[in-house]
Write a protein of this length. Sequence first.
Lengths: 309, 323
Amino acid sequence: MSLFDWFANRQKSEQTTQQGQAEREIADGLWTKCPECGVLAYTKDLQANMMVCADCGHHMRVDSNERIRQLIDPKTWKPLNEELEPIDALNFRDRKAYKDRIQETQAKTGLKDAVQTGTGLLDGLPVALGVMDFRFMGGSMGSVVGEKLCRLIEYGTQEGLTVIIICASGGARMQEGMLSLMQMAKISGALEHHRQAHLLYIPVLTHPTTGGVTASFAMLGDLILAEPKATIGFAGRRVIEQTLREKLPDDFQTSEYLLQHGFVDAIVPRTQLKKTLAQLISIHQPFFPLDAGPNAHHTMPRQTLVPQN
Amino acid sequence: MSTTKSRPFLLDFEKPLCELEARIDQIRELAQENNVDVSEQIRELEAKADQLRTEIFSTLTPSQRLQLARHPRRPSTLDYIQAISEEWFELHGDRGGSDDPALVGGVARLDGIPVVMLGHQKGRDTKDNVARNFGMASPGGYRKALRLMEHANQFRMPILTFIDTPGAWAGVEAEELGQGEAIAYNLREMFKFDVPILCTVIGEGGSGGALGIGVGDRILMFEHAVYTVATPEACAAILWKDAAKGPQAAAALKITARDLKELGILDQILPEPSNGAHADPLGAAAILKNALISNLEELFGLSPEQRREQRYLKFRQMGKFLG
Ligand SMILES: [Zn+2]
């Protein structure tokens, strides 16, 4: 989903809000209606199932706070660089001033910008985790998102940590112009250093992951995971439809489509994500010392290599 | 001499100047035919033309610069490569099943130095433009660029890239082949190369498609080129919900060389010949050639490690925030 689609959808949902006021009042309280199959679920049950519809398996959107709770062991989360805030470097005003947009979104979400970063334990394994939040201007990437992710990756490199980034973004934030575009390069450079240190980086692509995020850190994982049926792509579906003047297949730019074309390693349901990440991180723990030569295995205890008879 | 007749792609703001220049030519011809001395008048008119030129080109709005950057007669990557290099041998193919004509490259010699040059290639006319997809590269184009850059690194040749694209190609096949992955991969790999990398925005620097060959030790940009996070038209459609607000978006996005220098994104602005690069391609090429050579000389003074480190630090400081 491009930012264009996001704005269009948002308009649509504002309309539906008015139409279905009564329905929403139910949903706001104890019950939540699945937007995919329409089944009403007890909200507490839905939360316990990580906002995945028990009937149809639809993955509803979760915010960054909820993501951190889902992935990080209780009481081990240590946020990094929480103080970083966006500024309006371009003095940008479209139909609304960027300054006002920032303030409103901050008030609404309680976040300073569209990503939370920090360290914590994931099933006991130390990780550096970045979680994008789509509620903050469509998860768009400006200077703060770039800087926080860069510092997270650099910290991970320095401390020898696996880096995980939960992607959810419409792409670069236009209100910061070229400063936003350059965050793509900056983060990719930080990932190069992390890679040189033979450390593991896993982006998890969630709905939606598009534009400049796809064309940088989302696609640079040593391993790449995706949630089921997420929209993942470079160009917006509408842009492509307009240039081609034809309707695109329904599964175009979905996780399943990317898996089929070889761009993600696996589609992992949200309820399995923590377990899967733990397994992958654990299997990538250095077994042979990385700086040892080709004969390193001679120094390893034999019983770990050959099963005892 | 450039006259209205010989310049079929005249931009609105160029017209008064072009008319004046045509009048000067006309007077000169008439005077010659009738054997009259009009040198005094000509001098006056030429001074007036100079003044007008300065006025026009020093007060261009961002959207006028965008028009100049997209001017159909603006020198393209291949024009510059051929004008600045003593030898040039184009290389083809991404070694993965495609050869994208929208992104060209090869080996060349610049002032005696063996180099790899590559860049987006727009067409010179409608037919050529269709063949070259208007300079919008496919994943295969970015993978060809990567392959050529790896070649350069292997043989210790500096990499010179030329940026001139409305953006990476947005199409079904491009998505299937991983447009995002192809660009992302280049961004990361370009931080790794030992050899000097110079990136020059010669015309239109469009978004991720431009950045895909845009990570270097120095970022240069022609005076009337533009570099933008999204085309002003797309930005207007999304943020203003009105594609006709393009000029406003062009101004708001800060896409001109001067703005980008101030924002810390560019290293150097290359001045253009007085009527723009399209009016004097060879003049523009000479300016480019000098700038490339002097930047290379500076970079040769550094070790590969120093270059890689400074390249990272240069991008590392881009961004503006509080805290
Ligand atoms: Zn459902």
